[in-house]
Design a protein around this ligand. Structure first.
Ligand code: NAD
Length: 538
């Protein structure tokens, strides 16, 4: 992006950032403004005329802020998580959102290793003892980590570094990550034995979690799973609160099944002072310190400054999480199809609910002239985001897909009912497994889905979607509506599919205004006519 006029591009840094970022800008003859701690109203008043915004996690870039930022082209997050940026609103306005995925993996992995040693040698407890005037090492008998087995759950960026470091101190490393191919390009994960979760739980002396928080990882370490761990194992969570059932860990510690646990993250942060885990001597806690090292903060500040400068001066969108590197004019025209492809990927990942091995993408109509490549990338990004942390982008998506053994077959088709263009996608599990299909187009600038499996419909893929397969009998819709109504959930739109298959089940697609809780889904599941219910977030 190079502004046509002679005006200096305006870059606004909204959160505390390592001063090295300013140095990067200065070297590139750019002069950012620094204004931290602005409220939403102050931001709205400040952003008109600003070309680039830089945040960490404190400042929220809401739809209102984006609407006020008429000149804005890019929002940069120094760090990974982009929960504080309304990326949908940014994409709709053609604003690129970028993060710095490389920045803090090593730092977080090192914290996990530090916690592992602290658990093995009771270091925090020993420190407390000496400060309280004690010296006797009673109750502080440690264990060597050398020769022990570490189970890494989630072998992504951080999990891999943890695995490498653990091998370096003489540990045997097992890993569980159902999305990775066990055969194939295992070079990066050599020295790590990929196993099933139960086997990892049964064999590991230390278990370290490195998965994102998703529907499939919520309460991954549950009471039932803890019942399978080797007696005396120790657990480390430096991933996300919510992947561990904290009450179940408490039971496992009380019962002696776990000999210790370390938490850098909690369900509720900060945890309440009377949290039972904080009262225990065999538990180590740190205040979400994973990414807190000078090196990581320096790296993310320098990375984001270089990326923003590259975007402003050369038009290259590195680590863009919502847009590929393509000229801004094409991007603006093309972006509804990219959003559609991303939503379709997201739908299929959730509908299949596990590893996908094959995707068939067919692009028809005018949109195929712009090329299939970016649509394929958007589809992969939408799909992979459900099993990976926020670091998936248009650049690394193909490599991540390859590593996960996902085969993408693509084709173009001249014939399209909607001349502007259509995307048709089928995704399948490993041979012989489940497969689902979705087809869509763009009306105006809005993505629309017109087919899901065998059902023709007209669906705007935005918001929570409740999908049902139910017996085709009177009263089902009324009952569904009253369950949702009882829980204060409003329905935006209902689409129904006719009975199909030997079981003659009808299908329902209910777009909701609010996200229903698990109790609502359970109540729907218990309806006499209900055979299947699934909540999909779009
Ligand atoms: P990543 O996306 O690179 O890797 C995540 C891995 O988990 C992927 O390989 C994925 O296939 C795997 N996975 C997904 N669902 C799974 C499941 N159900 N079972 C097993 N494996 C599954 O992410 P990353 O950058 O390595 O980050 C890992 C975690 O660490 C994330 O939750 C991230 O938010 C967290 N994190 C915490 C801190 C901190 O301050 N404590 C700092 C950075 C990252």
């Amino acid at each position: 992006m190079t502004p046509d006029d002679d005006r200096q591009p305006r870059i606004l840094i909204c959160d505390e950032l390592n001063p090295a970022a300013l140095e990067v800008f200065r070297r590139r003859s750019l002069e950012p403004e620094v204004r931290t701690g602005l409220t939403e109203d102050e931001l709205v008043a400040t952003v008109p005329g600003v070309d680039a915004l830089i945040v960490r996690s404190a400042t929220k870039i809401t739809r209102r802020v984006l609407e006020a930022a008429t000149e804005l082209r890019v929002v940069g997050r120094a760090g990974i998580g982009v929960d504080n940026i309304d990326t949908d609103a940014a994409t709709e306005r053609g604003v690129v959102v970028m993060n710095t995925p490389r920045g803090n993996a090593t730092t977080t992995a090192e914290l996990a290793i530090a916690l592992l040693f602290s658990l093995a040698r009771h270091i925090p407890r020993a420190d407390r003892l000496v400060r309280a005037g004690g010296w006797k090492a009673k109750g502080l008998m440690g264990s060597e980590v050398s020769g022990k087995t570490l189970g890494v759950i989630g072998l992504g960026r951080i999990g891999r570094i943890v695995g490498e470091r653990a091998r370096g101190v003489g540990m045997k490393v097992l890993a569980y990550d159902p999305y990775l191919e066990t055969e194939g390009p295992g070079g990066t994960i050599s020295g790590v034995e990929l196993v099933k979760l139960d086997e990892l739980l049964e064999r590991s002396d230390f278990i370290s979690l490195h998965v994102p928080l998703t529907d499939s990882t919520r309460n991954l370490i549950s009471w039932e799973r803890l019942a399978k761990v080797k007696r005396g194992a120790r657990l480390i969570n430096a991933a996300r609160g919510g992947v561990v059932d904290e009450e179940a860990v408490l039971d496992a510690l009380t019962e002696g099944r776990l000999a210790g646990a370390a938490f850098d993250v909690f369900d509720q942060e900060p945890p309440p002072a009377d949290h039972p885990l904080l009262q225990r001597d065999d538990v180590i806690v740190t205040p979400h310190l994973g990414a807190s090292s000078r090196e990581a903060q320096l790296r993310v500040a320098v990375d984001i400054a270089e990326q923003i400068a590259n975007f402003i001066q050369n038009g290259v969108a590195e680590n863009a999480i919502n847009a590929p590197s393509m000229p801004a004019e094409i991007l603006a025209e093309y972006s509804p199809f990219l959003r559609l492809a991303e939503k379709m990927g997201s739908f299929l990942a959730q509908r299949i609910g596990g590893p996908i091995r094959k995707i068939e993408l067919s692009v028809a109509g005018d949109v195929s002239k712009v090329g299939v490549e970016h649509l394929r990338l958007a589809l992969l990004v939408g799909m992979l985001r459900h099993s990976l942390d926020a670091g998936v982008n248009f650049v690394n998506a193909p490599a991540l897909a390859r590593e996960r053994g996902i085969l993408v077959l693509e084709s173009t088709d001249d014939k399209a009912v909607h001349r502007i263009g259509e995307l048709r996608v089928r995704a399948s599990e490993r041979a012989g497994g489940k497969s689902h299909r979705i087809e869509g187009t763009v009306f105006g600038r809005e993505p629309r889905v017109f087919r899901i499996d065998d059902v023709s419909l007209d669906l705007s893929p935005r918001g929570p979607l409740l999908l049902t397969r139910h017996k085709d009998q009177p009263g089902v819709l009324g009952e569904l509506g009253s369950i949702l109504g009882r829980h204060g959930i409003n329905i935006q739109r209902v689409e129904l599919g006719p009975p199909v298959g030997s079981a003659g089940l009808a299908a329902g697609f209910l777009t909701l205004y609010e996200l229903p809780g698990p109790d609502v889904i359970d109540a729907v599941r218990e309806m006499e006519a209900m055979e299947e219910v699934q909540l999909i977030r779009l």
